[in-house]
Write a protein that binds this ligand. Structure first.
Ligand SMILES: [Zn+2]
Length: 397
């Protein structure tokens, strides 16, 4: 058994859980000043004020945090594309200097340049790159990471990325990884569209399900990418094979992909930059989590997702990095928290819920993690801070 004492605050989030993550208010954070926590390898045994520590734990050797650190539920980054090779710094510079996306794509840039580099990299090379990135994320307090494939766009390439996810699970055993198959990220340039969809449904998905390489299947459903019909077809096949589902929805244009995600019972609908009023109401009245990715809006200089409308209508809102080489080259969830406060007008309680309980719910992990309560897994983060607000007031990029 282990005992932490004199935390400047322990934030359990118990009220957030009671409300299923909807419309979290400051009291729902359940902030315990001068807090303490007792836990063993498997579960949390007690949480409260240091002065109220029960006698039965009094003999434990305490690790005092001297009121200089806070304890929160382990932060969850529930949407990333962390396994990839190659750099797009040159095209970033060109885009910022005024070159259009179409022109960049025409000369071999855009997602296709990452696909090429990722296909060329060996599994060991991809794993090494991913490890360096995960170590950085872990140093910022992140304990749970979702990782998508989607830069292979062929059978070998996709499986290679998912294998790296499995290696990450083994190496970082103090963290939790959720693996997502995103073969339907784009269409390959070297194969007809219908053939590729057939490969996804008849070859890749059965293999992924059989080898348990992914927990979830995601589709980039948007203008110029997968149509609503194709999205429904692929995700229905994934469900048939026992995989859960997610959708990249309404990012570039409103195609009602958010509604489709709700209809199909997806864990989450992600992006929602162009979501309609009707779809906001739809997702707000469902259990599907709205995952917002403010770093992408920042990096692409586009308007942010309507976080206020979603939260005020009662949606379960999470935020994540969307870390990827093209539209958000940043793997700091804490920076996303800062952006959410500045540009989506989210309160401390809403941001707290968005990177803990609701982000866990976007990965269907909320039954065991996401808050610090007796019986749950002892997955927590420590920060050099006096209070929760400090950790996103300081911009950690
Ligand atoms: Zn994404």
């Amino acid at each position: 058994m282990k005992l932490l004492t004199h935390a400047a605050e322990v934030i359990t989030g118990s009220g957030v859980r009671r409300k299923f993550g909807r419309q979290p208010k400051v009291d729902d954070m359940d902030r315990i000043p001068d807090g303490a926590m007792v836990y063993d390898e498997k579960r949390i045994l007690w949480v409260g004020k240091t002065k109220d520590l029960p006698k039965r734990f009094a003999k434990l050797k305490a690790q005092s945090l001297k009121n200089k650190k806070i304890v929160t539920p382990g932060l969850v980054d529930c949407h990333t594309h962390l396994v990839h090779a190659g750099s797009r710094s040159e095209e970033f510079a060109a885009r910022c200097a005024g070159e259009s996306y179409e022109s960049i794509a025409k000369r071999g840039g855009g997602i296709w340049s990452t696909v090429r580099a990722t296909r060329e990299a060996t599994e060991a090379e991809l794993f090494k790159l991913a490890c360096e990135r995960v170590e950085y994320a872990r140093s910022t307090g992140v304990k749970v990471i979702e990782s998508k494939s989607g830069y292979g766009l062929n059978i070998e390439g996709e499986i290679k990325q998912l294998n790296v996810n499995q290696l990450l699970k083994k190496k970082f055993n103090d963290m939790i990884f959720s693996s997502t198959f995103l073969g339907a990220h784009d269409f390959p340039k070297d194969q007809p569209r219908a053939d590729y969809i057939r490969d996804i449904c008849d070859v890749m998905l059965p293999l992924v399900a059989k080898k348990k390489l992914a927990d979830c299947c995601d589709v980039f459903s948007d203008r110029g990418y997968y149509t609503p019909e194709e999205t429904r077809y692929i995700l229905s096949r994934a469900k048939e094979l026992g995989l859960d589902i997610k959708v990249h929805a309404d990012e570039l244009q409103n195609t009602e992909a958010t509604d489709l995600a709700v209809d199909l019972g997806a864990w989450s609908a992600d992006h929602l930059l162009k979501v309609s009023e009707a779809s906001v109401r739809r997702i707000a009245h469902s259990n599907t989590v709205a995952v917002l990715l403010p770093g992408t809006a920042f990096f692409l200089k586009t308007p942010y997702a309507p976080a206020r409308r979603l939260i005020d209508d009662g949606a379960r809102v999470a935020i994540a990095t969307d870390f990827n080489p093209g539209s958000c080259n940043n793997f700091s969830l804490r920076f996303m928290m800062t952006l959410s406060a500045l540009f989506m007008n989210m309160s401390a309680a809403e941001i707290f819920a968005a990177v803990t309980f609701n982000a866990a719910a976007a990965l269907r992990l909320e039954k065991t993690i996401g808050t610090l309560e007796v019986g749950l897994k002892p997955l927590f983060s420590l920060f050099d801070a006096e209070k929760f607000e400090d950790i996103y007031y300081k911009m950690t990029v």
